[in-house]
Design a protein around this ligand. Structure first.
Ligand code: ADP
Ligand code: MG
Length: 649
């Protein structure tokens, strides 16, 4: 057992700042054996802290070799170094270096988190250590609620947490009054007596006198070494048994722990966190609302058009792309065109319509309304059945019968609550028998009341009310919607043949009209969504900003975590998780806010469509925002140099 625990061979350390290079340590050669109590003494600026960082593997020498138990640490990568630090060294600093947002117990637990000790075991051990150091009453206190001496004892408990074999103390009493300083030294002596290797760095000869071995350093060179003094502790060489490590669920435990730490860190800076949340909340809520409104509007328009029937072709008089004649009518469609169209394959019915406006009267009440002359297939073509009575039939048409079927608005206007069936109404002073009342149809997408109408047989309308045989339109009901284009063309050819080859009419396809309108609405929804997405992006930049501030502000904390065994991966994960926790909380609040706002709009009559898609999309975007915008700051944090991070203000 003659291998020294630590062997430094000709160690040098040179700092380079651009052109300027300063050599702080020169040719330091040193053996430290297990169980020693060493004081390294020197004036301020002599290189003591630099040497301690090297001894504790926080920093690497520029020249020379560092052998730990005979192994060159230059061979280890940064994770292996982190693991060596975590298992072997406990650091005690002059300014304690506690994490200010964490309480005493949580601070002591930090090294065990990175060593993978399960939560309960970790907690119990931290409390036990603090109690044994006389802090049993101060477990929940934050560093700023503790005196200097108490804070230093917390940091000693932290150094002992992973059962470190070597305690490295850099001016441990430097910031303490003489009584607390004495207590801390006594503690280190006790720990040495229990078998720890203790290395104390000090500029104070009195402090150094407590150690068994004194190494003096000046201007980066060892000028005196009192040499090794055999100590009883050296016989108990065997390292203590390691605390059990968590296996299996380690990765899950890591994340769980990172989420806890993130929540604590976010709570520590509540106001800033709330502001960041606000950005995400507004972004997510507006995406949810905008998409719900956009989809609602689309749904509304589509439904109203579908109500008019999608499997309809509409033939209107007048050549394509021409205006109507000066009197507002174009007299090119005739009832024969409807008969021709009805014979085309895939056509179920072709329903002619001849419209005019007229005054109707029942008793003393009269009203202006639309009169539509049509045939028996009208209810079929328009999917619009009668509510009571019957619709016009072919016989009525043949007989030029004076019968009428009225819409709900006309029924209400003329008869109020009374039953119009069997009553006579006057249309242009001609009495018509009411044989049916239509069901309520509602308004068209452009707001026209479809129920303000009276249906009469086509022949009756042409002969007795309009005085011409010309039609306003023909509605063609088609059977198989998938053949609608071919059917439209066949109808066009058939009607054209009937018009001596002249195309003095136009055919519109309701299905393609619907498609056009739906896609216009989709464009509108995407536009709304994109505007909202921009606010989400702004929210994301807010997250990045906060995380960057966080990283700069918590540089020292990052250094502390690295000194207590955190690997690059742990730091990266911690900051990404923090960003994602903010985004996820913001996203969740945003979704709820958005749904609430959309419900309110719906309550006040705006058509709204709630679907899972936009909600998941917005939440997913918020989450991704956290990940993407959190990565840069996290990467910055994880690649800090531990020594530089520790010395940050
Ligand atoms: P001590 O702990 O003995 O007071 P340090 O080891 O902290 O001394 O510093 C030794 C010397 O190295 C000082 O002159 C200091 O200015 C210099 N030094 C320390 N860190 C750096 C650095 N990162 N870059 C350049 N010089 C440094
Ligand atoms: Mg120093």
């Amino acid at each position: 057992m003659n291998t020294p625990l630590i062997r430094l061979e000709g160690i040098g350390r040179t700092y380079r700042n651009g052109e300027l290079s300063t050599t702080v340590l020169h040719d330091v050669t040193l053996d430290i054996h297990a169980g020693e109590f060493v004081a390294i003494m020197g004036a301020s600026g002599s290189g003591k802290s630099t040497l301690m960082h090297l001894l504790g593997c926080l920093d690497q020498p520029t020249t020379g070799r560092y052998l730990f138990e005979g192994e060159d640490i230059a061979e280890l990568d940064s994770d292996q170094l982190a693991s060596l630090r975590s298992r072997t060294f406990g650091f005690i600093f002059q300014s304690y270096h506690l994490i200010s947002s964490a309480n005493a117990t949580e601070n002591v637990e930090v090294p065990a988190i990175y060593a993978g000790l399960p939560r309960e075991a970790r907690h119990a051990r931290a409390e036990e250590l603090l109690t044994s150091l006389g802090l049993g009453e101060r477990l929940q206190n934050r560093p700023n609620q503790l005196s200097g001496g108490q804070q230093q004892r917390v940091s000693i408990a932290r150094a002992l947490m992973n059962d470190a074999r070597i305690l490295l103390a850099d001016e441990p009493t430097g910031a303490l009054d003489s009584k607390s300083g004495h207590d801390v030294l006594q503690l280190l002596k006790d720990l040495h007596a229990r078998g720890k290797t203790v290395i104390v760095i000090t500029h104070d000869r009195e402090v150094a006198s407590h150690a068994d071995r004194l190494i003096e350093i000046r201007d980066g060179r060892i000028i005196h070494d009192s040499g090794r003094k055999p100590s009883p502790a050296e016989q108990v060489e065997a390292p203590p048994p390691r605390p059990a490590r968590q296996q299996g669920l380690a990765a899950f435990g890591d994340i769980n722990e990172a989420v806890r730490m993130a929540l604590r860190a976010l709570k520590a800076n509540l106001f800033r966190t709330v502001l960041t949340l606000l950005g995400i909340v507004i972004g997510v809520a507006s995406v949810v609302v905008m998409l719900a409104v956009g989809n609602g509007a689309r749904q509304d328009v589509v439904e109203r058009i579908s109500d008019m029937g999608t499997n309809l072709l509409l033939i209107r008089p007048g050549a394509p792309n021409t205006r109507r004649s000066a009197d507002g009518t174009t007299n090119t469609l005739t009832p024969e065109d409807a008969i021709v169209a009805a014979r085309v394959d895939n056509v179920v019915a072709a329903v002619p319509e001849a419209d005019t406006r007229a005054t109707v009267r029942a008793g003393n009440t009269d009203a202006q309304t639309q009169i539509t002359g049509t045939t028996a297939d009208y209810p079929l073509a328009k999917s619009w059945p009668v509510a009571s009575g019957v619709f016009l039939n072919d016989d009525d048409n043949r007989r030029y019968a004076a019968v009428a079927v009225i819409g709900q608005t006309v029924a209400t206007n003329l008869y109020g609550d009374a039953d119009p069936l069997g009553q006579y109404m006057l249309i242009r002073n001609v009495p018509f028998l009411i044989i049916g009342v239509m069901q309520e149809k509602g308004a068209t997408p452009w707001g026209q009341d479809q129920d303000d109408v009276v249906f009469v047989p086509l022949n009756t309308a042409s002969n007795r009310l309009i005085g011409s045989r010309h039609l306003s339109s023909i509605s063609v009901l088609i059977e198989d919607l998938s053949l609608s284009d071919a059917t439209q063309e066949a109808v066009r050819q058939a009607v054209m043949a009937n018009h001596s080859g002249i195309e003095d009419f136009q055919i519109r396809n309701m299905a393609s009209l619907l498609e056009n309108i739906a896609s216009t609405q989709d464009t509108f929804t995407v536009l709304l969504g994109s505007i909202a997405a921009i606010s989400l992006l702004v929210g994301g930049i807010g997250v990045m900003n906060i995380m960057l501030v966080n990283v700069s502000e918590r540089t020292r904390e990052i250094g502390i975590r690295m000194a207590t065994g955190a690997r690059t991966r742990n730091i990266l994960q911690q900051f990404i998780v923090e960003a994602m926790v903010v985004s996820a909380i913001g996203g969740a609040i945003g979704v709820v806010t958005g749904l609430g706002f959309a419900s309110m709009l719906q309550y006040f009559g705006t058509p709204i469509q709630f679907t899972a898609g936009p909600v998941l999309l917005a939440f997913g975007c918020a989450f991704a925002t956290g990940l993407i915008f959190g990565f840069m700051p996290a990467h910055k944090a994880a690649h800090l140099d531990p020594v530089v991070a520790l010395s940050a203000d």
